[in-house]
Structures are given as structure tokens and as C-alpha cells.
Design a protein around this ligand. Structure first.
Ligand code: SAM
Length: 295
């Protein structure tokens, strides 16, 4: 599978090496923190009585799928991810935890989803901004709608990042945002942010979803908070694994990126370090009369 960061040039557009063991370890820990930040697996929904078949797009090592399968044994939950190593890990974990209702498949979510129309009651996607773009998100949303049953629910949760009181930390995130912009991957017209959260509601409506709602969350990982050290560990890996992407987009010379990395890591350990990640969940449902023909 070819890897390229620029829009439409490869099968694999993830900004980090998806087969990296370090990335997998990072995502296992990050999943727990994000789920806790969001107040649970489906924190915006009280009624799950019509949800039996669930799909998770870009499931990583499968934390969300495994937790849903464990908590709701009456649901069949399927996770898809482009990474073979993440899917192998998730499958092994499902066996160890004896969760026959958790299923995993290697699949590129930017291609046709290999499921018949109307297969699922709910489709979930969380932090997929690292592999989508303004061009590829609308067709993915259309595919999500196709695989949902009439009245089915699509929910997506995406972050905005880089908000802190430290210069190198913020500058490093600025490089990430600029690289995303140069690669045609940013949703922000200036490339100053990821810019994905403001457009989600509009994109859901454009894809034909109805009754949209949204809920915002903050993850505070300032010094002294419970998330501080876990996120410092997370970003120590993420900022390193993002460097090939920054270099390929030529947003700064290698030495400058490495210097900023060291500085940002030091800043995170200062006792007055303050930083937040924002997340927004947006959801919508397919019309009750939705009928898709298999092509
Ligand atoms: C930031 S992780 C999110 C993992 C998980 N959704 C969570 O919230 O913990 C993004 C995931 O997308 C996967 N990915 C990247 N490109 C993909 C693609 N084209 N199709 C499916 N998954 C992809 C990566 O392998 C990675 O596991």
C-alpha cells in the first residue's frame, strides 16, 4: 500500500505510520482518556434500544469497539481500520476478553465500504481527522449513510488542538496545521487550525442526515491535572511520529523541528503549563424512508 500525505496521491493518507507499534500503544491509552472525557461510550444518547449493529470507522486498536461489545452484549460491533497490526491486536484482545460480538476488519474507509447497504443501526467515527480531507470526507459520509438503516444514527467526534500558554508547544501545533493545509488536508481556510469541527454539522446535513445535534468536550491536560502526564506521554510519541509529515511538507528545516520538539516537551513539564484539547461530537440520523439500491 502506497503512503503519501498529499490529497489523492495514495492508498494510505494517515499522517502517522499506522503500523507503528508506538502509535498503537499511544492510541490504546488515548482511547481511555477520550472516552472518559466524553463521559462514556454514547454519552449523548439515553435510548439505545434500537441499536443492535454498530460500525466504528478508523477504530485503531479497538478500544471503543471492545468496550461497547463488553458493555452491550446484545450489540454486534464491527471496527474497521487500515492498519493490519491494529486490527490483529484488536482481534486478539476480543478473543482474550471473550467478546464474540466484537468484529474487526482491515479496510480503507476512503474506498467503498465493504458492507451491504442498510447493515448498521449506528456508525461511529472518532478522531479520523488524521486521514480525511475536505475532498474525502463527503464521500465517506455518503458511504456511512449508505450502510446505515433508515432511521440509523451517524455520530462523529473530532478534535481541535494547539491551545496552550507555551510558545514552542503552540508553534509545533502551528507547523502541524500548516502541513495539513499544504497537503490539502485542512478544513481551515487559513490553515491556522484543523478547522474540522465547525464544518461537521454542515457536512452531515449535506450528506442527507437529519435531526443533527452536537456536544462539546474539553480535555484539560495542564500541569497538575490527572491527564497531564498521560497526554505528555502521548504527545512525546505523536510529535515525533508527525515529523516525517512535517518534513515532507517542508514547513520548517529538520533542525528547527527537532529543536521545537525538545522545547515543547520541556514546556509541558513546567509547573505553569496550561493546555486544552477540544472535541465536538456531531450526530444525525438517516431519513426513515431511506432506500439505497446496491450498485
Ligand atoms: C487517531 S486514530 C483514532 C482511533 C480511534 N478511532 C479512537 O478514537 O481511539 C486514527 C485511526 O485511523 C486509522 N486510519 C488511517 N487511515 C485510514 C483509512 N484510510 N481507513 C481506515 N482507517 C484509517 C489509523 O490506522 C488509526 O488507527
Amino acid at each position: 500500500m502506497t503512503q503519501s500525505y498529499s490529497e489523492g496521491q495514495s492508498d494510505n493518507s494517515y499522517v502517522i505510520d499506522a503500523e507503528s507499534g508506538e502509535e498503537m500503544a499511544r492510541l490504546i491509552d488515548q482511547d481511555r482518556l477520550v472516552t472518559r472525557t466524553m463521559g462514556g461510550l454514547f454519552s449523548e444518547r439515553e435510548d439505545l434500544s434500537t441499536i443492535f449493529d454498530v460500525l466504528d470507522i478508523g477504530c485503531g486498536p479497538g478500544g471503543w469497539v471492545l468496550d461497547v461489545a463488553h458493555t452491550y452484549p446484545e450489540m454486534e460491533v464491527t471496527g474497521i481500520d487500515i492498519s493490519e497490526s491494529m486490527i490483529q491486536y484488536a482481534q486478539a484482545y476480543a478473543q482474550v476478553r471473550q467478546l464474540p460480538n466484537a468484529h474487526f476488519r482491515v479496510m480503507n474507509a476512503l474506498h467503498h465500504l465493504d458492507f451491504p447497504a442498510a447493515s448498521f443501526d449506528l456508525v461511529n467515527a472518532r478522531t479520523i481527522v488524521g486521514f480525511v480531507s475536505p475532498k474525502t470526507l463527503p464521500p465517506l459520509f455518503a458511504e456511512c449513510r449508505r450502510v446505515l438503516r433508515p432511521g440509523g444514527v451517524f455520530r462523529i467526534t473530532e478534535p481541535e488542538h494547539g491551545f496552550s500558554n507555551k510558545a514552542a508547544f503552540e508553534t509545533f501545533y502551528g507547523l502541524v496545521n500548516r502541513a495539513a493545509s499544504l497537503a490539502g488536508r485542512s478544513f481551515s481556510p487559513t490553515g491556522n487550525h484543523l478547522g474540522i469541527t465547525p464544518v461537521l454539522d454542515h457536512l452531515l446535513r449535506t450528506a442527507g442526515f437529519r435531526t443533527t445535534g452536537s456536544k462539546a468536550y474539553t480535555l484539560n491536560f495542564s500541569a497538575g491535572t490527572p491527564a497531564h502526564i498521560p497526554i505528555q506521554e502521548d504527545l512525546k510519541i505523536a510529535f515525533r511520529l508527525l515529523q516525517p509529515f512535517l518534513l515532507s511538507m517542508r514547513v520548517a528545516p529538520k533542525e528547527e523541528i527537532e529543536y521545537l520538539y525538545e522545547q515543547a516537551m520541556n514546556e509541558m513539564l513546567e509547573e505553569d503549563f496550561c493546555a486544552l484539547w477540544y472535541f465536538l461530537t456531531v450526530w444525525g440520523s438517516t431519513p426513515q424512508e431511506d432506500h439505497f439500491q446496491e450498485g
